[in-house]
Design a protein around this ligand. Structure first.
Ligand SMILES: [Fe+2]
Ligand SMILES: [Fe+2]
Length: 233
């Protein structure tokens, strides 16, 4: 038996018990940490890397939105009386961003991973989280479409461009595979038991691989690395 109800607010979550609060809390505090990590190591540095005023304006907007995502997830964590600060961030944040070109490819691929995660949370049992992701998804979709359009422009920029974009794609795919968590994760089992999520980590990863692969191969005409949806950690 799995939980199929809807949980209206923090009081209802606590009434359901500590296991529910722990499950939904892990998902929320992971976003608290990772939205902040992304804004700090990718989006804010991208403002300085941006080549001109229009790109700087776009990078400022994206950084503002990502810091905003952190603050909004932090508010949900506070309502549940959770401390969102501690714990590890995802390994994708170990990627070293060195150019504006890296940044735009990163927005196309890594924010697409975030979109895949958020789309699943649009049906989560915890209604405040469902409402929040419904408000944030248009901004994440904008980050992805910005990244995809800017990557297409890069490819039109000269003979060196395809090889450079291909290298960034290869690196970023490798860094993003762990983003969805391990195959057979006990956390994911609890998330599915409580209706916080619906899919296994591997199913979410397979969805991202399919969409990212369609962009890289179908749209850009480059090679998508050969990656399995299973990841043992
Ligand atoms: Fe975000
Ligand atoms: Fe984003």
């Amino acid at each position: 038996m799995t939980f199929t109800g809807e949980v209206a607010d923090a009081a209802a979550a606590h009434a359901l018990g500590p296991d529910y609060v722990r499950a939904v809390g892990k998902v929320i505090t992971s976003h608290v940490r990772n939205e902040l990590a992304g804004a700090t190591v990718f989006d804010e540095p991208a403002i300085a890397l941006a080549p001109g005023p229009r790109e700087k304006w776009l990078a400022c907007r994206i950084a503002m939105e990502e810091y905003g995502h952190h603050l909004k997830f932090q508010r949900l964590a506070s309502e549940l009386e959770l401390d969102g600060g501690g714990g590890p961030t995802l390994s994708v944040f170990d990627y070293r961003l060195t150019s504006w070109a890296d940044f735009v490819v990163l927005k196309a691929l890594v924010d697409l991973a975030e979109v895949v995660l958020m789309e699943e949370l649009a049906a989560t049992s915890y209604l405040p989280l469902r409402d929040l992701v419904a408000r944030l998804l248009p901004e994440e979709h904008f980050h992805v479409s910005f990244g995809m359009a800017a990557t297409r422009e890069l490819l039109a920029g000269g003979d060196e461009a395809p090889a450079a974009v291909q290298r960034t794609v290869d690196d970023l795919v490798r860094f993003t595979v762990p983003f969805f968590g391990r195959s057979g994760s006990a956390n994911n089992e609890a998330f599915r038991y409580w209706g916080v999520k619906q899919r296994t980590n591997d199913a979410a990863r397979a969805e991202w691989l399919a969409r990212a692969g369609a962009f890289v191969e179908g749209d850009l005409g480059l090679c998508f690395p050969d990656v399995e949806p299973q990841w043992a950690g």
